[in-house]
Design a protein around this ligand. Structure first.
Ligand SMILES: [Zn+2]
Length: 368
């Protein structure tokens, strides 16, 4: 394993940012191993989202053991903390890791959407504001890897993946290996998420280049912002490791899976994904009808019927008619809810994965 330090110059004199990159080189002692897929993992692009950071911390000893035993066949690049700019942002004592304070741009938007998987198409890494240069560099580091995992978390939620429709159901083995609860399928990204920038270059190139049978690109939502927990980190690290074994990046006979890459459909039966799979258009975000205090009647994982009480907004405490109920517009499963209980009118209360298309279906990314 090799560690290197990336440096991103700040936008003003005397400021610069650093983050470490860890690389494990796949064995290439004979021609056949050149076919092993490579993997790129990053966490905390939204700098305050730490479940993925501690999962990587738990994964690293497993990778080092595999390396010591000569079982890593594909190159692995790991960026445990992808956003030192967001990490440093405090606003009146509160951490702000989602938007760059200098430009008000979400750190997971505005990535260049390339027409082909060619780093030469990327902007110059010396151009733009610090957050733009960080994005260009992260894409430069990740582009060309067969497997790209971007580890995030939601407010409060189940463990779930965003997956482009071109990679489903080929990625069902990955969802099963990781043990996530749900997969949300999307097909439009005009905002330039990291995941979008990771899959878009492959959408209009010949199949022999795109190789969707072995490609993985996903935003991993490791539950909620407070789910930074040793046991969960260990379980998530095992899930990531299983994915790397399932896709042939690491050899591990003990996992009773194929020791070499034989295609995603080789893992069926007990390994097939049994969680929720739904298109993005099925998600109801439930904007709050009033401002106030939120009393939730549901939590992530709950199955609800159409018309079920989801939440009560207390907008005029102590007054007659001071409460407004929010009802489920359709049957489905609660995927996430807010971690705070203070809400403005129009802010989204939760994500309900409906059984059908939402009447309020949103295209592109669900949130700012
Ligand atoms: Zn995030």
């Amino acid at each position: 394993m090799q560690k290197s330090i990336e440096r991103i110059a700040g936008d003003s004199e005397g400021v610069s940012y650093e983050f470490p990159v860890f690389r494990f080189e796949g064995l290439r002692f004979d021609g056949s191993d050149k076919a092993a897929p490579s993997a790129y993992l990053q966490a905390a692009l939204h700098a305050g989202e730490l479940p993925g950071v501690v999962a990587i911390d738990a994964l690293m000893p497993m990778l080092e053991k595999a390396e010591a035993e000569g079982r890593i066949t594909g190159d692995i690049t790991v960026v445990p903390q992808a956003n030192p700019i967001g990490r440093a942002q405090y606003h009146f004592g509160e951490h702000q890791g989602r938007f760059h304070l200098g430009t008000r741009t979400n750190f997971n938007r505005g990535f260049p959407l390339l027409a082909a998987p060619d780093v030469k198409l990327l902007p110059d890494t010396a151009l733009g504001t610090a957050d733009q240069r960080l994005k260009t560099r992260l894409l430069q580091l990740s582009l060309g890897h067969d497997i790209v995992l971007d580890l995030h978390c939601d407010d409060e939620g189940l463990a779930y993946l965003y997956v482009h429709t071109s990679l489903w159901p080929a990625m069902a083995d990955c969802a099963a290996a990781m043990g996530v609860d749900a997969v949300i399928l999307w097909d439009e990204d005009t905002d330039g998420t990291f995941e979008g920038a990771s899959i878009t270059p492959y959408l209009n190139v010949p199949a022999v280049v795109a190789r969707f049978d072995r490609r993985v690109a996903t935003t991993v939502e490791y539950r909620g912002i407070l789910d930074v927990d040793g046991a969960l980190a260990g379980a998530d690290a095992e899930g990531l490791y299983r994915l790397l074994v399932a896709r042939g990046v690491i050899l591990d006979q003990a996992l009773s899976m194929s020791g070499s890459f034989t295609g995603p459909n080789s893992f069926t039966g007990p390994n097939s994904f049994t969680g929720i799979v739904a298109p993005l258009e099925n998600i109801d975000m439930m904007p709050a009808p009033r401002a106030g205090a939120v009393l939730y009647d549901v939590k992530p994982g709950d199955r609800v019927a159409k018309g079920a009480l989801l939440a009560t907004i207390v907008h005029a405490p102590g007054e007659a008619g001071g409460r407004t109920q929010v009802l489920a517009p359709q049957a489905g499963v609660i995927l996430t809810r807010r971690s705070r209980r203070i809400i403005r009118a129009g802010e989204d209360l939760l994500k309900l994965v409906g059984d059908r298309k939402s009447a309020d279906a949103r295209s592109g990314t669900l949130e700012d």
